[in-house]
Ligand binder design. Structure first.
Ligand code: AP5
Ligand code: MG
Length: 217
């Protein structure tokens, strides 16, 4: 099963993608997490991506597409995957479609996690991220068991550099301009599903599993 998560920054794509990955036993592939891991390790790719990310801008398609296609070609993606934060532009979506077509394959579901803009900024300021394993917490909604420490891998949690309020606003503008058109793109292909991301996260997840059903279990 191949799934794309759509939604504004902070809508809960990463939170839901991780839950889907755990339940259905498929990898959670987040381009944002891949970039952040590279920044943490100080790689050339990380340095290049950071310039864009810190300004709330998208990393250029050419670089992002290369990273993503490499990742999904790995063996663990053979039975499917859940993409979180990719595609983010129509050209990225077209490249993904073409790459899958060559393999006689396709995306099964594009799930849009819908949250109005005014709720986004509030969510972001409370988010704490693990840059080592990609886990996400929230100081009020999803506190870690031990304050400031990742439940999954024990690494110290941080406020992401791009979660400052002015950068969040820029990311929202970029989302509306470049990424939101993907909703119509996937609707026209007949694979779009929309869930209400304002519900508590377990309820959002229940709505998603009702859509995915037992197909991949
Ligand atoms: P990326 O890492 O993808 O960031 P994003 O899209 O801005 O999304 P976020 O990770 O901020 O939010 P999310 O929807 O995953 O929400 P989360 O689950 O954490 O990308 C970062 C940057 O990398 C981009 O700006 C760009 O520069 C670059 N990039 C990445 N991919 C790219 C691409 N394809 N092309 C070009 N550039 C790319 O939830 C948010 C918070 O809310 C958490 O604290 C969570 O605990 C809480 N929460 C979640 N669900 C709920 C709920 N139902 N109720 C209450 N709280 C909730
Ligand atoms: Mg995320």
């Amino acid at each position: 099963m191949k799934i794309i998560m759509l939604g504004a920054p902070g809508a809960g794509k990463g939170t839901q993608a991780q839950m889907i990955a755990d339940k259905y036993g498929i990898p959670h592939v987040s381009t944002g997490d891949i970039f952040r891991a590279n920044i943490k390790e100080g790689t050339a790719l990380g340095m290049e991506a950071k310039e864009y990310m810190d300004q709330g801008l998208l990393v250029p398609d050419e670089l992002t597409v290369r990273i993503l296609l490499d990742r999904v070609a790995r063996e663990d993606c053979g039975d499917g995957y859940v993409l979180d934060g990719f595609p983010r532009t129509i050209p990225q979506a077209n490249v993904l479609d073409e790459a899958l077509e060559k393999l006689g394959d396709k995306i099964d579901y594009a799930i849009d996690v819908d949250v109005p803009d005014d709720n986004i900024v509030r969510r972001m300021s409370g988010r704490r991220a693990c840059l080592a394993c990609g886990a996400t917490f929230h100081i009020e909604n999803v506190p870690p068991k031990k304050e400031g420490i990742c439940d999954r891998c024990g690494t110290e949690l941080v406020l992401r550099d791009d979660d400052r309020e002015e950068t969040v606003q820029k990311r929202l503008d970029v989302y509306h301009e470049q990424t939101q058109p993907l909703i119509e793109f996937y609707r026209s292909k007949g694979i779009l599903e929309v869930v209400d991301g304002m519900k508590p996260m377990q309820e959002v997840f229940a709505d998603i599993t009702a859509i995915l059903g037992t197909a991949a279990e």
